[in-house]
Design a protein around this ligand. Structure first.
Ligand code: MRU
Length: 375
């Protein structure tokens, strides 16, 4: 079992671990300035961590929610308590479908059981979800790395071989790395796979305003893994693509509709437009639990709107390391803060799933083996 503490030491770094009767993760609200472990002991802790984005990223919030429901059932596990705990956890964030998918999966497992057997079974199911996330992301890494090797081969054929002086250049948006998952990441999994294989590469990291998941989280975990990277302002990617300085764009996703439309962090759509206009491949790392077959297209994907203060203010640390909040916008001026956008399927060159790449379309998704996706 890849997720269990016994094998964790030999495997990839885990963002979520079980330690005794609690979950242990990294408090992502404190990164990159402090690496602080966060213990989650009950369902309220799990819900609070998701709402405050101490844990974030679609697969990770799914896994934490699954454990949260299991922990809730230790207190009360009759049908009323089960449904109430599920809805409380489901209400924490709206866009990433992995959250409800994991909760529904735990509920389906325990509902037929006697009340006194439910908490233990729910815990086992949450462990299975976490284990599967590790395996899914490792497989996405293999398939995505094969796509990137294809780009490297085309570069070599065009007389621009990939080497230490001219590494493969990948651009990513937000954080779809190990911090957003139980392990490996999704969009960063192919990068880690190639880096481990000794392929020279460099990552352009979009800062990802307003919460700066790229600058704070992706840059932190790539640096931690020794992968060369450079943080760029969100608006810089288009220029770099026009100048031929980006070989591929890989992003994650929070929900993929039946037709292949992709909801991901705000700004993803603009990167997809720039990539298409510049002839740069735009790939979406897509674990199948993130596919919502109940939605015909992206128009129905719920978009989270967050506190405008995230736009009007920037959070950081002063020179002395003290947390600081800076106001950026004139007093009295309104701000709007949609946290996700939808990239139309036609701009997506491939969805990289754990089963391999597929077209971002109903037909493409239909080529995948049957899976327990939401809906
Ligand atoms: O608001 P966040 O930080 O939870 O948003 C995260 C993203 O948009 C990621 O790209 C997505 O969840 C995929 S994570 C593998």
């Amino acid at each position: 079992m890849t997720f269990s503490a016994a094998t964790a030491r030999a495997g990839p770094p885990l963002t979520l671990r079980v330690h005794g009767d609690r979950l242990v993760t990294i408090d992502q609200a404190r990164l990159p300035f402090e690496v602080i472990e966060l213990g989650l002991r009950d369902a309220s802790d799990c819900a609070h961590a998701i709402v405050t984005m101490q844990v974030r990223g679609a697969p990770l919030i799914g896994a934490v929610a699954g454990f949260g429901l299991a922990l809730a059932l230790r207190a009360a596990a009759d049908d009323t308590a089960l449904d109430a705990a599920l809805e409380r956890l489901a209400a924490t964030r709206p866009t990433a479908v992995n959250l409800r998918w994991a909760l529904e999966r735990v509920r389906a497992r325990v509902r037929p059981l006697p009340v006194d057997a439910r908490a233990a079974a729910a815990w086992d199911e949450a462990v299975a979800i976490a284990d599967e996330d590790v395996a899914i992301n490792a497989a996405i890494g293999v398939h995505g790395a094969a796509l990137l090797r294809g780009v490297a081969a085309r570069r070599a054929a065009a007389g621009r071989p990939v080497d230490a002086a001219a590494p493969l250049q990948v651009l990513t948006h937000c954080n779809a790395g190990r911090l957003a998952t139980v392990a490996h990441g999704t969009a960063l999994a192919p990068i880690y796979a190639l880096h481990a294989a000794g392929v020279p590469l460099h990552v352009w990291v979009d800062e990802t305003r307003p919460r700066n998941q790229g600058a704070s989280l992706t840059a932190w975990e790539l640096a931690d893994a020794g992968v060369p990277c450079t943080v760029i302002a969100d608006n810089a990617g288009g220029l770099l693509m026009r100048e031929g300085r980006v070989d591929a764009v890989i992003v994650g996703c929070d929900r993929v509709a039946r037709n292949g439309d992709v909801a991901n962090k705000i700004g993803t759509y603009l990167k997809a437009l720039a990539a298409r206009d510049s002839g740069v491949p735009f790939w979406v790392a897509c674990p199948t639990p993130t596919v919502d077959r109940s939605l015909a297209d992206g128009a129905a994907i719920p978009i989270e709107y967050r506190d405008p203060r995230e736009v009007t203010h920037a959070l950081g640390r002063g020179a002395d390391g003290t947390p600081a909040e800076l106001r950026l916008v004139p007093d009295g001026v309104a701000a709007l803060n949609p946290a996700f956008d939808v990239t139309p399927a036609r701009l997506v060159d491939a969805l990289i799933t754990e089963h391999g790449p597929c077209a971002a379309s109903e037909t493409g998704l239909g080529t995948l083996p049957p899976f327990a996706a939401c809906g």
